[in-house]
Design a protein around this ligand. Structure first.
Ligand code: GLU
Length: 305
């Protein structure tokens, strides 16, 4: 059965859109349009210390100036705390999540003692200290268990429409990951999975820097009995220093005086042809070009296997 396409762009309001984030916005919009689907915008404002006041409205204005207008009113993750709590309660009740009392230095000490102190993207693979209880410590974060019911590793094989077949041993490479942080904030992993399911998202199109998060999200979807959307991770835009463009390394906000120029630059990053036309016609031409590029992609969701 084919499911009606629903896609989304999910910016974190940590600053205005820049050339890198517009690539993900444009690609997700093009993919939705090419499939005759619905395109949504979700403001991911759960990491409140990193959010910049007013950045959400600015992002929506920038998208509108580019002709990228969501088909339904945007939603804000900060309003979905009850849904995240419900999902967390479900996971705890089924033994798939547990409170953890470890500080970062507790984790570092336990890892050093077992000779496994190598961090991964600056994150430590949690050694599982609190899996069997808090050992008298007060609860801090809540973690997701990455062990199969028989005690084996969780292996996630999944398919990316651009990158092809992917695989991650979640237990060894990531470990029990945080769902609610010690400061009480919801993790990106939990919020994104709850919202993608609540909004009926069938297709996720986002930057390649997020590809590594996908196995955690698929694991949560499976635990919660929710469908896995199809995934396409777009190429990253590198700055002059060869690093990924991000607000953190000072990427320039898009210049709204010439949205078409910004769009054409983004289309170049997506290997779409350079077409000269007014914005509306240009967008229509890009939908056709995207459809050609994606070839035989059907509207059916490619379920991860
Ligand atoms: N909010 C995330 C970001 O801006 C994107 C989340 C997603 O598309 O899954 O990096």
């Amino acid at each position: 059965m084919s499911v009606a396409y629903r896609g989304r762009f999910a910016p974190s309001p940590t600053g205005p859109l820049h050339a890198g984030s517009l690539v993900a916005a444009l690609a997700s919009w093009l993919d939705a349009r090419a499939h005759g689907g619905t395109w949504l915008v979700r403001i991911e404002d759960v990491d409140t210390p990193r959010c910049v006041p007013g950045a959400d409205e600015l992002i929506l204005q920038q998208l509108a100036a580019c002709g990228l207008v969501p088909d339904e009113p945007p939603v804000w993750q900060s309003q979905h705390g009850a849904a995240y709590q419900k999902a967390l309660d479900t996971l705890i009740a089924q033994g798939a999540a547990y409170p953890c009392g470890c500080s970062r230095s507790d984790i570092e000490r336990a890892l050093a003692a077992s000779g496994r102190s190598k961090p991964r993207h600056g994150e430590l693979v949690y050694p599982g200290t609190c899996r069997d209880g808090l050992h008298g410590k007060p609860a801090r974060a809540v973690r997701c268990l990455t062990a199969a019911p028989d005690g084996g590793d969780i292996e996630i094989a999944w398919y990316d429409r651009r990158l092809g077949a992917q695989h991650q041993n979640l237990t060894q490479e990531v470990g029990d990951f945080v769902l609610r942080r010690a400061d009480g904030l919801w993790s990106y992993q939990l919020a994104v999975v709850v919202d993608d399911a609540a909004q009926g998202i069938t297709h996720v199109v986002r930057g390649e820097d997020l590809a590594d998060n996908t196995p955690r999200q698929i694991h949560l979807q499976r635990l919660l009995g929710w469908p896995t959307p199809s995934y396409l991770h777009t190429p990253l835009v590198l700055g002059p220093n060869g690093e990924k463009l991000s607000k953190q390394n000072g990427a320039q906000a898009l210049d709204l005086r010439d949205p078409l120029l910004a769009l054409r630059t983004s289309a170049g990053a997506l290997a779409l042809p350079d077409v000269t036309a007014h914005q509306t016609d240009w967008l229509a031409a890009m939908v056709a070009a995207w459809r050609d590029q994606r070839g035989a992609e059907s509207t059916r969701s490619t379920q991860a296997t």
